[in-house]
Ligand binder design. Structure first.
Ligand code: NDP
Length: 453
């Protein structure tokens, strides 16, 4: 079986050229899955993993819209429907200038295993566009969303494919997308998650990914009979995931000290408290400003601008106990990982998808720290999306307490599954192998049952 990963990767790269993030994501999972294949020849004979890396369907489309000056703009939209083995395709939409097919294939692929881990019946997909909502007016964002949904609506549906938010797609965008879907299809169904509370959304959905990442860290710490109380925490990003990670860290008695955006990061040695977090939420979600303004508002806060000449991020070189990367993929490189370890970090709970490069993961695993990979640690978001779908189907709305309790239980279950699976496969303490193998075996079992489709 030793050559299996090499052969598979050579074929994958030849067939999907110029998609490094997709290659990276598959390689990581393939190395784990090799352990499962060795124990179950049926997976090998039925080419289960080879099928998992080929999307069931990819839709790519033109998104024309008119900006405020009356000029025509053209973006490219996508939906990657990766796997429907255990449920309807499910996964977010990303609006960011860096979006291209390979990026969405990596995200859709990660989603396969993450969704399987949630214990809920959800397949996997991901979509988006190379549209940058930054600096656009409300009217421009709305017209773009309407044009995007005019095509996407043909391919999605409550029983087929249920998108949600991701980078650049929050409550505002989901509202415009849902409005257009309803208008064209003349039906009010749970076709998107992350909806507003008074039109089918679930309490705790906006909070879910960040809360879940903090719960996952809490569970990992419990294995060493520790808690998050008084732990100094580095958080990157300042969007949806970062904001609610900070909120839950405060609930659990920790001390978050950093936030960032694509311009740089703030370091608040006194800690980001609830009042400062409320300021950040207003700054980012309402005024749509830059995190640098935090340092202008609060004295004693350090601001560090991004320096493209540096090959490491000084945020990850600050002394701390825990790190919650919550911005984007590959934001922790090998040097950053070394700096984190040198600074005392021994808990990494990934809110973002694939934020750590392979060399960084290797450094964490070698150091035997508590490393929670994104597909486990950030699964709370899609889990509560699943709960939103359940509430929509039942035409009911659960209380905040009920949803938060279920989220916590799901995160505990995911943690337990990863831990047990790692032990079972002789790699105790390795949550990465645990998450990949547990997610894979669930999907593989369903694929075997359903025949060659
Ligand atoms: P948001 O758009 O709300 O926030 C993203 C944050 O990350 C912003 O602060 C943004 O800064 C920063 N960022 C994005 N891209 C880059 C980049 N290339 N370089 C530096 N900074 C960047 O997105 P979310 O919080 O929803 O998503 C963050 C991460 O979490 C992503 O990896 C996403 O896939 C993952 N995730 C999200 C889930 C969700 O429920 N929302 C669920 C599971 C995972 P700026 O504004 O300057 O671009």
């Amino acid at each position: 079986m030793g050559d299996y990963v090499n052969r598979l990767m050579a074929q994958l790269v030849a067939k999907n050229p110029g998609e490094p993030e997709f290659h990276q994501a598959v390689q990581e999972v393939a190395e784990s899955v090799e352990l499962a294949l060795a124990r179950n020849p049926r997976y090998v004979d039925a080419k289960v993993f080879e099928r998992t890396i080929e999307p069931e369907r990819v839709v790519m489309f033109r998104v024309p819209w008119v900006d405020d000056r009356g000029d025509v703009q053209i973006n490219r939209g996508f939906r990657v429907e990766m796997s429907s083995a255990i449920g309807p395709y499910k996964g977010g939409l990303r609006f960011h200038p860096t979006v291209y097919l390979g990026l969405l294939k990596f995200l859709a692929f990660e989603q396969v295993f993450k969704n399987a881990l949630t214990t809920l019946p959800m397949g996997a997909g991901k979509g988006g566009a190379d549209f940058d909502p930054k600096g656009k007016s409300e009217g421009e964002v709305m017209r773009f969303c309407q044009s995007f949904m005019t095509e996407l609506q043909r391919h999605i549906g409550q029983f087929t494919d249920v998108p949600a938010g991701d980078i650049g797609v929050g409550g505002r965008e989901i509202g415009y997308l849902f409005g257009q879907y309803k208008r064209i299809r003349n039906e009010f169904t749970g076709v998107l998650t992350g909806k507003g509370l008074n039109w089918g959304g679930s309490l705790i959905r906006p909070e879910a990914t960040g809360y879940g990442a903090a719960y996952f860290a809490e569970e990992m710490l419990k294995t060493r009979e520790e808690t998050l109380e008084d732990k100094t925490c580095l958080v990157s990003g300042s969007g949806n995931v970062a904001q609610y990670t900070v909120e839950k860290l405060l609930d659990l008695g920790a001390k978050p000290v950093t936030l960032s955006d694509s311009g740089g990061f703030i370091h608040d040695k006194d800690g980001i408290d609830r009042e400062k977090l409320a300021y950040v939420m207003d700054l980012k979600n309402v005024r749509r400003g830059r995190i640098m303004e935090y340092a202008e508002k609060y004295p004693g806060v350090d601001w560090t601008a991004v320096d493209p000449a540096k090959h490491y991020n000084p945020l990850w070189a600050l002394p701390a106990d825990c790190a919650f990367p919550s911005a984007t993929q590959n934001e922790i490189n090998g040097e950053d990982a070394t700096n984190l370890l040198a600074g005392g970090v021994y808990v990494v709970s990934e809110g973002a998808n694939m934020p750590t490069v392979p060399a960084g993961i290797e450094a964490f695993l070698d150091a035997r720290i508590l490393y929670g990979p994104g597909k486990a640690a950030n699964a709370g978001g899609v889990a509560v999306s699943g709960l939103e779908m359940a509430q929509n189907s039942a035409r009911r709305a659960w209380s905040r307490g009920t949803v938060d309790e279920r989220l916590r239980t799901i995160m505990q279950a995911i943690h337990g599954t990863c831990r047990r699976t790692a032990e079972e496969y002789g790699v105790a303490g390795n949550y990465m192998h645990g998450a990949n193998i547990a997610g894979f075996t669930k999907v593989a079992g369903a694929m075997l049952d359903q025949g060659v489709v």
